[in-house]
Structures are given as structure tokens and as C-alpha cells.
Design a protein around this ligand. Structure first.
Ligand code: GAL
Length: 420
């Protein structure tokens, strides 16, 4: 009898334990049901770490939400933007997605597919903590469609301090100096200017900074708002400078992405690189400190700016989680976790500069004092349609090098897209 009682008791305990475990499992799976799918193209060194910093901030506040990291690799959104369009129009939107501040939003037909975020701007006090220029850039058809995580600078020339010091050379501040220095490096067997053009946006990126160097802030802005003609002799001059770079770049550029090309600098085989300051994030992710920076020759005093924001589509699966996400993106904690790793300055004006490295602190100062102009390759200056044609024209220029034909195509692209 006693044995029977013990056996019955054991069975009961076992059943109870199983039931508890099952309930626990049930709780876990219902937790797992609360998800958040974040769509971006941040997979490279620095970008990925920055994104993880944002995720960690979100997790602290919402520990029960599982984040699905939906990335589509490819710098500047080369591949991600097309995937996103298909998902939006196909009724399968991610909960939130990476969107450049500026005219890029037009591509996604915001009034049909996106949620205006004006009420979050009000409730979270964003209109008070983001700079005026940025707030203006973020508005399209009278609404805010994305919450900015950062501000990036496109016109930076990164350089390897060691190879400059070893060869007694000074980083160039004009194109004349640039070509002198480039000749000296070439004679020593060091690649003067490293570049990767594999993804099709990098030539356009380099060229927009050259346009800026020749046209200045107002002239460059005019290219996009119809007050500077693309047939201007200064555009010819900029194309001539770009064409002159060809003999100074690595011969394998078309096989490399921007970050792969940067490896030449780490290996002390390359001297300079023109890239946005996500390169600073990449260097940091590699614990590399041998780099210096200058504005692209001829662009001191001008900040070629862009900003990554997050937008929320209509009809998302996890609406409340998505709205909390954009609040975290715009929060002080979120921006302080993200930007030092990403290599960008915060969009907010109240973050602690001590958390940022020397480059980013210098960028924060430049942002305050420089003329701000919008980047075209990174969504700020023109519609995606125009920006894409522009990028394609510059890519063709890299292989063909025909200045007159390229300028004629640029004029035509402008005329078809509201420029002159
Ligand atoms: C830009 C984006 C940056 C960086 C870069 C390279 O368009 O704004 O955040 O990711 O592309 O992928």
C-alpha cells in the first residue's frame, strides 16, 4: 500500500512538473510571438555593431520582444531598396525600415504605404532635439515619415598616417596638391587612392564630392534645385578631375566593395580613400587607429550630409513594437549606443560628445560651423529616380571616361527630373 502511495505520488509530481514545464514553454512561445522585424542594409563592420547597439537599447526597455534582423547586404542600399519596394507593394512590409532623410521617401509612395510619424515627433519632443536643417529635410508633403538615427558626412578623405609620414608627405587640401601627392605614392608603389566600385554607387559618391569642390555649396545645391545648369563649364571641370583619378586607383576596384577596398589602407598598401564617415565606424570595428581625415580636397567648410532614419509602413504585423522602435531610434540612449560604433554623429543635439572618438568630435564641430548640403547618392538631394540615373551615368564614366558624352547624359537626366 505504502509503495502504491509513493508510486502514485511520484506520478503526480512528474505530471505536475511536466505541466509546469509545459506552461513555461507556453509562456516562452507567447513571448516569442511578440516580434519586431527591422529592415536595413547594415551588415558591414561598424554598421552592424551600431545596429546591435540600437537593438541592445531596445531590449533593455522591451525584453520580451524578439527582434528579427532583416538585413539585405549592399552598401548604400544597393540591393535592399528593391527588396523593400517589392515587400511594400506586395503587402508584406517589415515593421520598420531604413530610410534616408530627404527625397528618397518619394520612391516608397509614402501617402499610400507609410505611416506619418508626426504625433511621435510631438509626444517624444523630437522637434526640439533635432537640428532645424534636418527637420526640414525630414519633411515630405507636410509630414515626418522617418525618425533619424544619425547624421553622416559624405565628403571625407581618409588617409593612412603611416604612409604619409614614411614618405614625408602632407595630406592634400586641393586637387593640385592631391595629384602631386598621388604621383609621389605611385612612384613608391603605393596605391594613391583606393576605391571599390563593385556596387555601382561609389563612383557617384566620389563624383558628388568633386562637384562640391568645384562648384561650392551654393553651386552644388543649384544642380539639384534647378539654379545651376549641368552644362556649366564647372561640371566639365569636375568630370576632368574625376577622369584624372583613373591612373591612381587600384586596378581591382570593380571587384571590391567600399569596405573591402579599405583593407588596402589597413595593410599600408593604399594612401587615401574618399568615403562617408561609416568608414570611421569600419576602422573602429577593426580596432584600426592609423587613419587620419580631411575634407575631400577643395571642400573644407562644407558638410555633404545625409541621415539614416527609420520609417514604419502601414499595416505592419507588430505596430506597437514598431512605434516603440522609432522612439528608441530617436532617443538619447539609442543615439549614444548607435553612433559611436556606426561612425556618425547623433541627430540629437543633446548627446554626450565624450562618448565619441576624435574624428566624430571633429565632425560634430564641423556640423555646427559648416555649410550643409544634401548628398545625392544617399537619398537627400534628389528623387531616387534621378539619383539612380546619375549613379548609372557615373558608373559608365568609370569604364568609358568620355567627358562630353557623360556631361550630355547628366544634362538630359537633369532635364527629365526637374533640373536644368
Ligand atoms: C549609406 C548609409 C550609411 C552606410 C552606407 C554604406 O547610404 O546611409 O548608413 O550604411 O550607405 O552602406
Amino acid at each position: 500500500m505504502r509503495k502504491l502511495l509513493i508510486a502514485t505520488f511520484s506520478v503526480l509530481v512528474a505530471l505536475l512538473l511536466a505541466a509546469t514545464a509545459f506552461a513555461g514553454g507556453g509562456a516562452e512561445s507567447s513571448k516569442a510571438k511578440s516580434q519586431l522585424e527591422i529592415f536595413s542594409w547594415w551588415t558591414a563592420g561598424g554598421e552592424a555593431e551600431g545596429l546591435n547597439g540600437l537593438y541592445a537599447t531596445y531590449h533593455k526597455l522591451y525584453p520580451n520582444v524578439e527582434i528579427i534582423n532583416a538585413t539585405v547586404a549592399g552598401g548604400a542600399g544597393t540591393n535592399a531598396k528593391a527588396v523593400l519596394s517589392t515587400r511594400l507593394t506586395g503587402g508584406d512590409p517589415p515593421d520598420a525600415f531604413q530610410l534616408h532623410a530627404g527625397l528618397e521617401v518619394e520612391k516608397y509612395d509614402p501617402e499610400q504605404y507609410l505611416q506619418p510619424l508626426d504625433s511621435i515627433y510631438e509626444s517624444a519632443g523630437f522637434t526640439k532635439v533635432f537640428p532645424k536643417d534636418l527637420l526640414t529635410l525630414l519633411q515630405y508633403k507636410g509630414h515626418y515619415w522617418g525618425v533619424p538615427a544619425n547624421i553622416h558626412r559624405a565628403n571625407v578623405m581618409w588617409y593612412n598616417k603611416k604612409v604619409f609620414a614614411d614618405n614625408n608627405l602632407t595630406p592634400p587640401t586641393s586637387w593640385n596638391e592631391f595629384f602631386q601627392v598621388a604621383d609621389a605614392f605611385k612612384a613608391k608603389g603605393i596605391i594613391p587612392l583606393v576605391i571599390g566600385t563593385k556596387e555601382g554607387w561609389e563612383a557617384g559618391h566620389t563624383f558628388e564630392t568633386i562637384l562640391l569642390s568645384v562648384l561650392g555649396a551654393d553651386g552644388y545645391r543649384g544642380l539639384w534645385n534647378g539654379t545651376t545648369s549641368w552644362s556649366d563649364p564647372k561640371v566639365t571641370q569636375a568630370l576632368d578631375i574625376f577622369a584624372r583619378l583613373a591612373p591612381y586607383v587600384n586596378s581591382d576596384h570593380s571587384a571590391l566593395t567600399w569596405d573591402q577596398a579599405l583593407q588596402y589602407m589597413l595593410d599600408n598598401k593604399g594612401a587615401m580613400h574618399i568615403m562617408g564617415d561609416w568608414a570611421d565606424g569600419w576602422f573602429t570595428s577593426k580596432s584600426y587607429t592609423g587613419y587620419g581625415w580631411e575634407p575631400v580636397p577643395g571642400t573644407a567648410g562644407v558638410y555633404d550630409a545625409l541621415s539614416d532614419s527609420f520609417a514604419v509602413p502601414k499595416g505592419v504585423k507588430h505596430e506597437a513594437n514598431a512605434m516603440n522602435w522609432v522612439k528608441v531610434v530617436g532617443s538619447k540612449d539609442g543615439q549614444e549606443a548607435f553612433n559611436p560604433k556606426k561612425g556618425s554623429i547623433p541627430a540629437r543635439t543633446d548627446c554626450n560628445p565624450a562618448l565619441f572618438n576624435a574624428y566624430l568630435q571633429s565632425a560634430m564641430k564641423d556640423w555646427e560651423s559648416n555649410a550643409i548640403v544634401p548628398s545625392v547618392v544617399h537619398g537627400a538631394a534628389a528623387t531616387e529616380k534621378w539619383a539612380t540615373v546619375y549613379k548609372d551615368i557615373l558608373n559608365t564614366f568609370v569604364t568609358k571616361g568620355d567627358v562630353a558624352a557623360t556631361q550630355a547624359s547628366l544634362v538630359q537626366a537633369a532635364q527629365e527630373n526637374g533640373g536644368v
